[in-house]
Design a protein. Structure first.
Length: 157
């Protein structure tokens, strides 16, 4: 099991920059923060958007609470990101989480997926483990995108 070395854990801003470099290398395109239209007269700034808007990522760097509890209040910002993802079209929508482990060895990403998999639809979830260099980073796709569940339900309406 991978566990983060705390000395390799990055602060949120640095984590977002690191993921941007990783995505640029993986997909051979540039990524930057960009506002996209998510509703009538409403935009949302996504953390990382490819030059052609086909890949969009939100980066989260949360840890368990001091009491080893699930950080529900912080996770609510991921739920908000899921809502915004549902309002856009893109080939790839990714939530990238710098994983954290509690004293029992539970992965924050795994517990998040157990609780919220049913609302993720076409969103991928990646667990990101920071290495000493970008080449040493480990990324695990913990959830592949699925179909949007309600499209089937309303297809014949």
């Amino acid at each position: 099991m991978i566990k983060n070395n705390e000395h390799n854990r990055l602060e949120a801003y640095d984590f977002e920059k690191r993921v941007g470099l990783y995505l640029s290398k993986r997909y051979n395109t540039n990524f930057k923060e960009k506002a996209l239209t998510v509703g009538k007269n409403k935009e949302h700034k996504f953390d990382l958007v490819s030059d052609d808007n086909s890949i969009i990522a939100e980066c989260k760097s949360y840890t368990w609470t001091k009491g080893n509890n699930f950080p529900s209040a912080k996770i609510s910002t991921i739920i908000e990101a899921i809502f915004y993802f549902s309002r856009i079209k893109a080939d790839k929508k990714i939530i990238v989480i710098q994983d954290s482990f509690n004293d029992k060895g539970e992965s924050l990403v795994d517990v998040f997926l157990k609780r919220y998999d049913g609302i993720l639809d076409d969103i991928e979830v990646w667990a990101y483990y920071v290495g000493n260099t970008l080449n040493d980073d480990v990324v695990k796709v913990k959830r592949e995108k699925n179909e949007i569940w309600y499209e089937k339900m309303y297809k014949n309406c």
